[in-house]
Design a protein around this ligand. Structure first.
Ligand code: MN
Length: 252
């Protein structure tokens, strides 16, 4: 039985480029996430940001994929915005944080990518750097690459004993990078298991994945599925965990 994986979406205002008339607001999901779930054997369902429906949505999925996108409002971790903060989408933030609270209560497997890892950390009580270059230190490597998203740009060293190394099959990872924010204070239920040479946290996991399956990566694994099996393995591990969750849910 294929598990249903909820894939978070964003909102986009669109304009007809020829007639220059507004076409309206659209729910938008990057096909790479959807394809990553489907390739791993899950049924991807795109979740529009409807804050009032978070509880019902949580009750109808077996796994949650938190996707990349806009900056999270720093008010969620008790900070005022700094000038370098990017665009925030209040409806998306509210929906995702309410949804994560609901799915964590249910013990559902969560896979966070880029912004998704950050949302997971904040939902669990952690904080973020609103902007790495201005807040961490000046000797940062480039975390906002100009190259295509399927091309790796920096290396990541993962802890040998971590679950993510078991999943990916390597502790030396080559990844893409499209972020200016990152985890500052790590939430207690998470372990930081992979870093870049400049000290940025690039992957997190829960302390016991068989009890509670939470994994987050700062890179866009969905865009690197053709670069090697290690990135596809993340989607497969999430779908497998969602299968176990679905069986448990059916038995309850
Ligand atoms: Mn990076």
């Amino acid at each position: 039985m294929a598990p249903v994986i909820g894939v978070t979406a964003t909102l986009k205002e669109d304009v007809d480029s020829v007639a220059e008339r507004p076409l309206g607001s659209f729910v938008r999901a990057d096909l790479d996430y959807v394809a990553g779930v489907a390739q791993a054997g899950g049924i991807p369902i795109i979740l529009p940001p409807l804050p009032g429906m978070a509880e019902e949505v949580a009750g109808s999925i077996d796994g949650l994929l938190l996707c990349g996108g806009s900056d999270l409002d720093p008010a969620y971790y008790g900070e005022e915005p700094i000038p370098e903060l990017g665009v925030t989408l209040p409806v998306r933030d509210t929906f995702e944080l309410t949804l994560v609270e609901q799915v964590l209560e249910r013990g559902m497997p969560v896979f966070g990518i880029c912004r998704g890892l950050q949302v997971l950390n904040v939902a669990l009580g952690g904080t973020l750097y609103q902007d790495l270059p201005s807040q961490l230190h000046p000797d940062l490597i480039a975390h906002r690459q100009q190259m295509p998203k399927w091309q790796w740009t920096h290396e990541v060293e993962a802890d040998g004993g971590s679950e993510i190394v078991k999943i990916m099959g390597s502790d030396h990872l080559r990844v893409n990078s499209y972020h200016h924010q990152a985890i500052k204070d790590l939430a207690e239920p998470l372990a930081a298991v992979a870093h870049t040479s400049d000290g940025v946290i690039e992957a997190v996991e829960s302390h016991n994945l068989s009890e509670r399956w939470l994994v987050g990566v700062q890179w866009h694994a969905e865009a690197m599925r053709d670069a090697g099996p290690e990135h596809r393995n993340l989607f497969e591990a999430h779908v497998e965990a969602a299968k176990r969750y679905a069986l448990h849910r059916a038995a309850a």
